[in-house]
Write a protein that binds this ligand. Structure first.
Ligand SMILES: *[C@@H]1O[C@H](CO)[C@@H](O)[C@H](O)[C@H]1NC(C)=O
Ligand SMILES: *[C@@H]1O[C@H](CO)[C@@H](O)[C@H](O)[C@H]1NC(C)=O
Length: 245
């Protein structure tokens, strides 16, 4: 399974060449499908048209118009610029996975247990165990009856992507309530030292207020992430101006 991640930042530059100002923007991208497969990209657009791009897989700049090709060829002869891009690539390869891991290790998924309408089932009851804020993706969610794993009448969704590195999963159990039995949802995940049990309490239906837990950790991670990117961007702003002129 691959993490699909892409981090980008925009910066703007205005070149006032006579009356008609050009609108340019550059994007630094650290794009990865796994921690082993990371591509660093620097893309420069003028009036929304991609003119020049550095792609770490190729290890050089490429131009997309006649003039930009000439500029790219010239930049590719400048070893100090290429060395800088290698450094950026290393930053991308070392810092972003660390950031993801540090976020992940503190991000315990949040679990909500509730009963839902069992229409169409041969059993009168149905429970759903919903797990949110999952990172990294691998997770095992099982149902236990009196401490023993329930195999039948259990269904589950896939790990559904939230589109923001996080996943959620919903596991269903169709059952016939029996007095005295204990039903639990068991979650096994990298963020947990040991499997965590969530017991079903038929007398309370207010079990789904745990959802907000974990958001603060996520926000903190994002603040560091954006701060890092801004300082990263500042180091390069000057050079990109040179490249376009
Ligand atoms: C970077 O270059 C590699 C090798 O040519 C290519 O497969 C990949 O699609 C490029 N990435 C982007 C975003 O253009
Ligand atoms: C390479 O680029 C840097 C930064 O833009 C510049 O200062 C330097 O003069 C260039 N070197 C050559 C050999 O063109």
């Amino acid at each position: 399974m691959h993490i699909h991640c892409f981090c980008s930042l925009l910066f703007l530059l205005l070149t006032s060449s006579r009356a008609d100002a050009l609108f340019g923007h550059g994007v630094f991208r650290c794009q990865f499908t796994s921690t082993e497969d990371i591509v660093y990209l620097l893309q420069l657009y003028v009036n929304k048209l991609l003119l020049i791009e550095y792609n770490s897989t190729l290890g050089k700049y490429a131009g997309y118009t006649e003039k930009a090709k000439k500029i790219a060829d010239a930049i590719n002869l400048n070893s100090s610029i290429l060395r800088q891009e290698k450094k950026n690539e290393m930053k991308c390869k070392t810092q972003f996975p660390l950031l993801l891991e540090s976020m992940g290790s503190h991000l315990e998924p949040s679990v909500s247990l509730r009963s839902v309408d069992a229409a169409g089932s041969k059993h009168p009851g149905m429970l759903v165990c919903s797990v949110y804020y999952i990172y990294p993706k691998p997770i095992r969610v099982t149902w236990l009856r009196n401490g023993k794993e329930v195999i039948s009448d259990v269904t589950s969704t896939e790990e559904l992507s939230n589109g923001n590195w996080l996943y959620q999963i919903h596991c269903y159990l169709e059952f016939t309530p029996t007095p005295g039995e204990k039903i639990s949802c068991m979650v096994e995940h990298a963020s947990l030292k040991e499997p965590k049990l969530y017991d079903w309490d038929p007398t309370s239906e207010s079990q789904n207020n745990k959802i907000a837990v974990g958001t603060s950790g996520l926000l903190l991670g994002l603040v560091f992430f954006v701060a890092g990117l801004i300082s990263y961007k500042k180091n390069h702003f000057g050079r990109v101006l040179v490249a376009t002129s």
